[in-house]
Design a protein around this ligand. Structure first.
Ligand code: OFO
Length: 180
């Protein structure tokens, strides 16, 4: 059983993960509109990662006999001054998500909800990677300069990213991730 406080907080986090997916879908679309197909690919893969984050919480609530409550997803920004600004906003968003996961962890500990704490350990580790990726991207864009001709060169590098997470949740996200 999940207590109500924990259940509400996990449901709120599903919404935040879905917003993350929506935000990165929007960023991908913006990159596409600027002719930067590689950056668009990078953000679509990020979208898939966020869907996994959301689905893992959803599946966990169901596994614990709780109730999943889906809320409205906020409208994401759809236009950016530059690719650098978009990446800086990605980093700021990931820092916000890290804080949100840490708050959930504080709650799990104070509620002595050890099962949820084990689930959250996965997200704590994941957020280290999420922030690192965003920081690396910001640094790269600062180094090469945020001009169309140099962006064209790094665009291929962004486009080399491949999907490493499941994209088919029809049999559940845990099954798709091999029980992880
Ligand atoms: Fe990008 O980590 Fe989930 O939201």
């Amino acid at each position: 059983m999940l207590n109500k406080k924990m259940e509400d907080a996990l449901n709120q986090q599903i919404n935040r993960e879905m917003y993350s997916a929506y935000l990165y879908m929007s960023m991908s679309n913006f990159a596409q509109s600027q002719g930067l197909k590689g950056i668009a690919t990078w953000f679509m893969i990020q979208y898939h990662e966020e869907m996994v984050h959301a689905m893992k919480f959803l599946e966990y609530i169901n596994d614990k006999g709780g109730t999943v409550t889906l809320g409205a997803i906020e409208k994401p920004e759809s236009s950016f001054k530059s690719m650098l600004e978009m990446m800086e906003k990605t980093l700021a968003h990931e820092q916000f998500i890290t804080k949100s996961i840490n708050d959930l962890m504080d709650l799990a500990i104070s509620e002595k909800d050890y099962a949820t704490k084990v689930l959250l350990d996965w997200y704590v580790t994941e957020q280290v990677e999420e922030e690192k990726n965003a920081m690396d991207n910001v640094q790269m864009l600062k180094m090469v300069g945020d001009k169309p001709n140099t962006l064209y060169m790094v665009d291929r590098e962004f486009g080399a990213r491949t999907v490493t997470v499941p994209t088919d949740f029809s049999k559940g996200v845990s099954a798709a991730m091999g029980g992880a």
